[in-house]
Design a binder for this molecule. Structure first.
Ligand SMILES: [Zn+2]
Length: 561
């Protein structure tokens, strides 16, 4: 370790704003809700930070922690998603955890240089593990499980809460009754929960910042993401008198977030570089569902068993009953929940009626606005002529899939997996990945009827690729910089700490944000990566059955599943 001796005084504070988006923050800064952030940004470099594909919380924070995209860390979803052609016995899917992070990752690199890390609420850090410093875990921490390293830290934290309490999610009852005024009112516990947790997290962070010595301090603030998911419409329709109360409460949350950001930046000291970073942005949720498997059948890339078609013809009653159940689900559940449920049932039902001996392609929805496509390895093995020909045909065809109602193109861009992923987990990704117009969510359903259907109650917000980056530091160049990628964050942090960047990190230092004289005096250094290792994915499962159930419930509470 050349210039990275323990005497190096350089410090970096990473403020993770889960779901941060300039669309919203700019509005809150200009209307006076977040004056301190506005002040801090005046001297900072600011720009759009493009998320990974899919723009999903665990995949994105794993990229910040490793400096690698999903091809480098293998996290594409809340659980590891297998190809749709994987036989049922190979489909057991555990929730993602810190065991999946390829080592050494950011904290190891800082720790190996003799520098200390404090990590608070960063998703993908559970289970807590040894680092040179302290850790409080974040998303995917089961309730009641130890959440700190070292373990004795937990006691010191008193009534700290990792996440919202049960019942602090969106209120299904109001949706059931379809009364928007109730939705506006009932969302109050969500905002109150977010405010309480923000206050506790800030207290813990300020205490640790003061008492501990550290070079890297990384905290993720999550409330904004939860609020944007459920209250995007209320946030956007400022003039609507129906939302006046809830709007005041949301504004209060963001005012408090503003104060917390300012306190943390202050406490970190004037010589610390602060990096503001989101995992993904936000926008309106999808309005329509798209069933790519139906399109694949029309293209003769997928086939149903003839017996299944015959059975359906013979038993129209079953189908009518099923449609009735679906209608009911739509009435009683918010959009995301009904999608998740239909999706779960749909995949196994569709697999049962699919003729795998002839089907070349199945869709693998990754998230709103992102759909993967798995090729049948028995008919089109990677590298074979059929494989490449099928991918070419698929990519070409997807470019022209249109909404039958509006004639609009649904797919913005479809690419081969190796065009967006690099690294050992590229082969676990779908063979083709399509980025959609964000108004569409891909869904698997055996009997969709038509290619596109409307979504019920599309009032919520959902993730977008365009998130936020800012560098607040004496070394920052004030002004707006060009859009950058999430993979660029880890190399930039290592550079700001004066550390070398392993050559297997795929991103680049965000030089445009940093003063030229600083870069000239101390150009970024690369070093060859240490032979990597990843804790073997689960000889011992990370989560017990109860813990799995708890995480699932939490994700349901906040509306993700
Ligand atoms: Zn997120």
């Amino acid at each position: 370790m050349t210039s990275s001796s323990t005497t190096d005084q350089r410090k970096v504070l990473i403020l993770g704003i889960d779901g941060g988006t300039w669309d919203l923050l700019d509005r809150l800064m200009s209307d006076g809700t977040m004056p301190r952030l506005a002040g801090l940004l005046e001297d900072g470099a600011k720009g759009v930070l493009r998320s990974v594909c899919p723009p999903l919380t665990p995949a994105a924070w794993a990229t910040v922690l490793t400096g690698k995209g999903p091809g480098g860390h293998g996290v594409l979803d809340f659980r590891r998603t297998p190809s749709r052609f994987t036989p049922p016995e190979g489909r057991k899917r555990e929730f993602v955890s810190s065991k999946l992070l390829p080592r050494p990752y950011l904290y190891d690199l800082v720790g190996n240089a003799g520098r200390r890390v404090v990590s608070i609420n960063v998703p993908m850090t559970y289970p807590p593990h040894e680092i040179n410093g302290l850790m409080i875990t974040g998303m995917f921490t089961p309730r009641g499980s130890p959440f700190t390293y070292p373990p004795e830290l937990q006691e010191k934290l008193g009534d700290y809460e990792v996440d919202l309490r049960p019942g602090e999610g969106p209120q299904v009852d109001a949706w059931l009754l379809g009364r928007e005024e109730d939705v506006a009112y009932e969302s109050d516990p969500l905002v109150r929960g977010c405010r309480r947790i923000l206050a506790k997290r800030a207290d813990a962070a300020l205490t640790l910042m003061d008492e501990e010595s550290w070079s890297l301090f990384f905290i993720v603030l999550t409330g904004g993401d939860r609020i944007c998911h459920h209250l995007w419409k209320q946030l956007s329709d400022e003039g609507d008198p129906l939302f006046r109360d809830i709007h005041q409460q949301i504004r209060q949350f963001f005012a408090e977030l503003d104060a917390v950001i300012a306190k943390l930046v202050d406490a970190a000291g004037p010589d610390t570089s602060t990096v503001l970073v989101s995992d993904h942005g936000f926008g309106s949720a999808a309005r329509k569902k798209v069933y790519f498997d139906l399109w694949l059948q029309e293209q003769n890339l997928a086939y149903r068993k003839t017996s299944a078609i015959a059975a359906l013809r013979k038993a129209p009653g079953n189908r009518i009953a099923r449609l009735a159940v679906k209608k009911l689900l739509k009435l009683i559940l918010p959009a995301r929940k009904s999608i998740a449920l239909i999706q779960k049932v749909g995949e196994s039902e569709l697999d049962q009626v699919t003729d795998n001996s002839r089907t070349l392609v199945k869709s693998r929805p990754l998230y709103t606005g992102v759909c993967g496509f798995d090729l049948n390895p028995d008919l089109a093995a990677p590298g074979s002529e059929t494989y490449e020909e099928t991918r070419r045909r698929l990519i070409e065809g997807l470019a022209d899939v249109r909404d039958p109602d509006s004639g609009e193109r649904i797919v913005e861009q479809a690419v081969r997996r190796e065009d967006i992923y690099q690294g050992p987990f590229t082969e676990a990704a779908p063979d083709v990945v399509a980025q959609l117009n964000p108004a569409y969510v891909p869904v698997v359903d055996p009997w969709p009827g038509r290619l596109v259907t409307d979504l019920p109650k599309p009032a919520e917000g959902d993730h977008r690729f365009e998130g936020i980056f800012a560098l607040l530091s004496p070394q920052a160049v004030a002004g707006t910089i060009k859009p950058r990628n999430l993979e660029d964050v880890a190399p930039t942090i290592l550079y700001l700490l004066g550390l070398a960047i392993p050559d297997d990190m795929t991103g680049q230092v965000i030089r445009e944000a940093i003063r030229e004289d600083r870069i000239k005096a101390d150009p970024p250094r690369r070093q060859s990566a240490e032979p990597g290792s990843q804790d073997a994915p689960a000889e011992q499962p990370v989560y017990s059955e109860e813990e799995e159930a708890d995480i699932e419930q939490r994700l349901k509470d906040i509306g993700y599943l």
